[in-house]
Design a protein around this ligand. Structure first.
Ligand code: NAD
Length: 326
């Protein structure tokens, strides 16, 4: 297959590109490098069948040659990024999704949208099944991301109904692992960075809010299963092992043997209280389930950050709008 991976130099995208190339697919990575990095795909650049093209998917997307599949991961994705780039986030979900759907339709290619558990908002149903329509504040600070993804899902469903497009939607729950950015504002990277630096780990609220953390290798297997399946979705992809954010902080402290303590900060607006995917559909339709337990995945993640002091990087400029890790 020739697969176009939009957002392919990011955290998830680069690992997806790597897995596709290693199974023999040809891969075109399209990225505007807003949060992605060339370093994430540098090791693939000399391999036959891999190319990396600078491209903003919110402008016209042209790809020469055959295309069998398009995976749309191109969007600001961390709280830090979408608070800093609200309009670009809305554009990636709207114009970006439509441009990539048109590319897929022109080539009669399969299209997979990376949607998110954020479409459920602060959910009133627990755990979250795909039938649940969500509880999203349409004008709150998180709405640029949540509503962009909800619109992207609507557009994808409409292309399937009205243009006979071969589409699939996955709703990704919190995923972590090597190649996250240390200052991206997500909870795992933030805690690991703070623990390795000997700084107190910043907990929002009392830390009793829950999340379900999926290791990146599991997520990449899920994305490929969706790509190959021909299923429309939406399908939840995530690890149903639910943890409080405080438990996560304590696990990171234990794994890093860090003397850091905890620092309590106010809860940001619209922070979801509970998050846990119901994954029966993924098990039955894709034959997928996560395999890597949290302590094992965190060990790999901590080792990756610890071995790359440069990845801990400099903090970005502070933003009054930046919200909590999620
Ligand atoms: P990331 O920020 O590392 O990757 C996003 C990539 O998209 C980056 O390489 C960025 O440069 C690129 N990009 C952004 N806007 C673009 C544009 N207009 N044109 C071209 N490229 C653009 O984040 P990630 O965690 O790898 O997320 C990948 C996708 O998965 C996103 O769509 C995100 O919404 C979705 N997702 C991720 C998670 C998670 O926990 N990691 C959870 C839910 C959904």
């Amino acid at each position: 297959m020739r697969v176009v991976v939009a957002g392919g130099s990011g955290f998830l995208g680069s690992q997806l590109c790597e897995a596709l190339v290693s199974r023999g697919d040809r891969v075109s990575c399209l990225d505007n490098f807003s949060s992605g990095r060339v370093a994430n795909v540098a090791h693939l650049l000399n391999l036959p069948g891999f190319e990396c093209v600078t491209c903003d998917v919110t402008t016209r997307v042209r790809v020469s040659g055959d295309v069998d599949a398009v995976v749309h991961l191109a969007s600001p994705a961390s709280p830090y990024d979408y608070h800093q780039h609200p309009l670009e986030t809305l554009a990636a979900g709207s114009r970006g999704t439509e441009n990539l759907l048109q590319l897929a339709v022109r080539h009669r290619a399969r299209f997979v949208l990376a949607s998110t558990s954020e479409v459920y908002g602060d959910p009133k149903v627990h755990p979250q099944t795909e039938e649940y329509w969500g509880h999203v504040n349409p004008i709150g600070p998180r709405s640029v991301y949540d509503e962009a993804k909800r619109y992207a899902e609507a557009l994808t469903a409409a292309y399937r109904r009205s243009r006979d497009a071969d589409t699939g939607i996955v709703r990704i729950f919190n995923t972590y692992g090597p190649r996250m950015r240390a200052h991206d504002g997500r909870v795992v990277s933030t805690f690991v960075r703070q623990a390795l630096a000997g700084e107190p780990l910043s907990l929002h609220g009392d830390g009793s809010q829950t999340r379900s953390f999926c290791y990146v290798d599991d997520m990449v297997r899920g994305l490929i299963a969706m790509l190959d399946s021909g299923r429309p979705g939406p399908v939840n992809l995530g690890n149903p092992a639910e943890r409080t954010v405080r438990e996560l902080a304590e696990l990171v402290l234990a794994l890093t043997a860090s003397p850091s303590g905890l620092r309590f900060l106010p809860l940001p607006a619209d922070d979801p209280v509970r998050r846990r995917p119901e994954i029966t559909r993924a098990r039955e339709q894709l034959g997928w389930r996560p395999r890597v337990p949290l302590d094992e995945g965190l060990r790999h993640t901590v080792a990756w950050f610890a071995g790359r002091p440069e990845a801990l990087g400099q903090p970005p400029k502070p933003s009054a709008a930046a919200g909590s890790a999620s």
